[in-house]
Design a protein around this ligand. Sequence first.
Ligand code: PHE
Length: 330
Amino acid sequence: MTQWLEKINSANSLESLETLRVETLGKKGVLTLEFAKMKDIPGPDKKAFAENLNRQKAEITEALEAKKIILEKVALEAKLKEEKIDVTKFNNELSTGSVHPVSFTMDRIVQYFQNLNFAVEEGPLVEDDFHNFEALNLPKYHPARDMQDTFYNKDYTLLRTHTSPVQIRTMLSQKTPIRMIAPGTVFRRDFDLTHTPMFHQIEALVVDEADKISFANLKHVLVEFLHHMFGEVDVRFRPSFFPFTEPSAEVDISCVFCKGKGCRVCSQTGWLEVLGCGVVDQNVFDSVGYKNKSGYAFGLGVERFAMLIHNIGDLRSLFESDLRLLGQFK
Ligand code: PHE
């Protein structure tokens, strides 16, 4: 019997321990076979024989159980060691997404104006004639409506052609002073190297009591903003026309690619047009019922900014989901 106890004690795996259990206590195990001999033992010796066997059985069972606990612990430790994860290991193969250049640029601009205490407003993409045109001083049949080729729906709603209707919605629902930006998607029937039918604008509107807000305020805010976005560029205000501002201007910066010397991107002019702006037209205040107010507004194309910041030549490439382009913005 000691021979079996030694074997059990030196078992080195749960499998070999199980084999030993079968060989001793199993149906044909040595002890089971000993118990079978009981019937042939003469009466007076039966008790001693049985007691002896039971003691051996108890010793073996105890040894098997004790060894099992040890081997299970060893097996668990080996398994844990094998499955250990090195959380400090850096995986160069891991592929992650990246922020789209348009979102990146939009976030940057929105954050800049939020830091100046501008509120962020939103409006619907499906607009009506009143908010998109009429209230912005573009009466029906006004030729300036052609400036923005419009997608019309069957029910005479339209896809907003600019973020300026958010100016109207904000003034109709809020009191002055107003200092807001409206980032969002806009739509025009246009498609070429520099136009996509869907693009993004950021509108800004500042309104307060009469004579409080001037073109000088507008100019200061824009020059600071453009320096923040493009570095030490020259900024030029060029007289222009928008029905909803008077006076109106288009703003150019010296070309970020050739530093104003003239190149293909700026069509040899040395200047890049970046946004439209002006002092809010009195007719716009009239259409929202504002009396004795003054204000300025501007609107910019986010894609145009993204292209200039990241040196992207074809606007359409921003919307082709090409990973070779998007992967460069990680
Ligand atoms: N809404 C004009 C556009 O889409 C931009 C603009 C906004 C101009 C506000 C002046 C003031 O072209």
